[in-house]
Design a protein around this ligand. Structure first.
Ligand SMILES: [Zn+2]
Length: 239
């Protein structure tokens, strides 16, 4: 009987591993999703400086084009002035140039402050880039670990399944049926250890008489509380 019980214990080990693998197959993709979300949120946050930098850079380019246009119009007005005959027209053109120079001055002032802001932002952007790079490397590594884990699930499951089939060959049909039935009713655990009178399946005490017999007898016992097949295991020596 003890040999058969040993077999059941090993079958239980297979079933417990298989249950863990089923849980893994469900939880690991969820973990990957969570990891992706976290990283994307982090990236969005840290890219704010870069977005601002790009905006200012575009405005800077815009301003430089404005200056170019103003300069071109000034040159044209000056060319026209050479051909002007009457004084009134001449004065109007001088005024035109003066206005153009004024607005050029305003644009130039904005350019100076933009360049100043861009310089400051460039420092932050560089720092953020380094932080992001490091964070991205961690994220990718972590993701790869989970994916490797997930990829191993099917292979591992097949192995435990195979092992279980091998073990089942040497166990009487009715004992196996009993085990499967109890297992089904007890969250996947049909056989469990007892130590210091406590059933490790339901954490209840078994009667002292039964505990004594469990350690000596060849008989098969069930926990009076959870009904699982029980065996004595000295946790003081090894677990
Ligand atoms: Zn129990």
């Amino acid at each position: 009987m003890k040999d058969k019980l040993m077999l059941l214990i090993r079958i239980q080990e297979c079933d417990s591993q298989l249950m863990k693998l089923v849980a893994k197959k469900k939880i690991l993709p969820e973990n990957i999703d969570k990891l992706n979300q976290e990283f994307n949120a982090f990236r969005e946050g840290i890219e704010k400086n870069t977005t601002k930098y790009d905006e200012l850079k575009a405005r800077h380019t815009e301003n430089e084009n404005k200056i170019k246009k103003i300069n071109e119009s000034i040159v044209k007005t000056k060319e026209r002035m050479l051909e002007v005959k009457n004084n009134k027209e001449y004065q109007a053109m001088l005024k035109e140039i003066e206005t153009a120079e004024l607005s050029r001055g305003a644009v130039e002032t904005e350019i100076i402050s933009l360049l100043d802001e861009l310089d400051k932002l460039a420092v932050s952007v560089k720092k953020d880039g380094e932080i992001l790079k490091e964070r991205q490397a961690n994220y990718e590594q972590e993701k790869k670990n989970i994916e490797d884990d997930l990829n191993a699930v099917d292979t591992d499951s097949a192995q435990w399944e195979q092992k279980k089939i091998e073990l089942q060959k040497d166990i009487p049909e009715e004992m196996l049926t009993q085990y499967e039935k109890i297992k089904k009713r007890n969250k996947g655990v049909g056989v469990t250890s007892v130590w210091k009178s406590v059933c490790s399946g339901c954490h209840m005490n078994i009667p002292p008489q039964m505990y004594n017999e469990l350690q000596r007898s060849e008989e098969l016992f069930s926990c009076p509380n959870c009904n699982r097949i029980i065996y004595f295991q000295d946790m003081g020596k090894s677990s």
